[in-house]
Design a protein around this ligand. Sequence first.
Ligand code: ZN
Ligand code: ZN
Ligand code: ZN
Length: 165
Amino acid sequence: MGTACGHEHHQHPPGVEAVGRALDVAEQRCLTDGDRMTAPRRRVLELLLTAGEPVKAYDLIARYGPDGQAAKPPTVYRALEFLERKGMAHRIASISAYVACTAADGAGARGHAAAFLICDCCGATEEVVAPVGQTFAVAADAAGYALERTTIEGHGRCPACRAAS
Ligand SMILES: [Zn+2]
Ligand SMILES: [Zn+2]
Ligand SMILES: [Zn+2]
């Protein structure tokens, strides 16, 4: 994400080991659920985990090949669709970007409500566990809906930007 503000930001993208562990957890979950962690699904999740921040679909397409080769867009979109359905990645609609789930070791439960705090100054995002997700699920249930995806997006300023302004 671009930095709109002039002040310093310190990002902490996960290291190679943390990314490897998260991929293993995701792979194990696919196995348990009887899903296949195909090469594209794994690669897209790896890119999201490595970035440690929301990434636009076209950037995922551009970064897909280890040797700088772009992927065919449907390959990436199909992988994203799968990861989203599994709750391993989320689409943040208000910034049109995808992010790896950071709840439960990078592989949140299927269909969990994802709540995001989004900084409008530096673009930082944070997935939090918010009771509103649970309340929302209860309301949906009462209305007879079977929810597959819930994403709650809250915009404001992160602690770093609040401190800097
Ligand atoms: Zn999540
Ligand atoms: Zn910020
Ligand atoms: Zn800022």
